[in-house]
Design a protein around this ligand. Sequence first.
Ligand SMILES: [Cu+2]
Length: 129
Amino acid sequence: MRKIVVFTLVLLLSAGIVWAKGYEIQKKAGELSVVVKMESSPAVLGDNGVVVTVKDAAGKEVTDAGVKLEYSMPAMPGMPAMNYGAVLALNKNVYQGKLNFSMSGPWNVVVKIVRGGKTVSTKFSVDVQ
Ligand SMILES: [Cu+2]
């Protein structure tokens, strides 16, 4: 019983540490400032939690936008180009979701923000280990 408790504690602690060590990217998309936090650094194969914060020019959190991440890997020998999309869900003042990387190597991620009929975007790259 004691072992299980200790094991659970270690699991919880290491999960917290991974999140704390996560990768953070700051970008501009039109007038908006965008902060992308990746759960794991480096990013890993499979699911990677992601949290996006969007702020307007006045520094106020934007909560009335649609936020989508389009992630892709260009074609390589023996592998056609791969393209995926993840629609993020608003949770309080941030947008949350998951990226599922099916291959290690460099991925391109485009953040698309739709607000008031206008779309702005920014991109970054992730090296999946
Ligand atoms: Cu590939």
